[in-house]
Design a protein around this ligand. Structure first.
Ligand SMILES: [Zn+2]
Length: 70
């Protein structure tokens, strides 16, 4: 199942041109490339989130230490 990249209507798999708006649909190679880019972005986001979680943990520990001192 695929969706038109210009109008969003549902397309039959393997369609070259949208039957609603006539827009050309991406080929398998383009889709594969987009998928790889999406994977890379998701990986990058996961790393960012992991970093943020680590920083939050460190921040929480610092606050705890300060709490013990007082
Ligand atoms: Zn379309």
């Amino acid at each position: 199942m695929a969706f038109c990249i210009s109008c969003g209507q549902m397309q039959v798999d393997g369609t070259r041109f949208c039957r609603f708006c006539g827009g050309q649909q991406p080929g398998d190679q383009l889709i594969a490339r987009l998928r790889m880019e999406a994977e890379a972005i998701r990986f990058h986001l996961q790393q960012l989130q992991a970093q943020q979680a680590q920083q939050m943990q460190q921040f929480g520990q610092q606050q705890q230490n300060q709490g013990n001192r007082w």
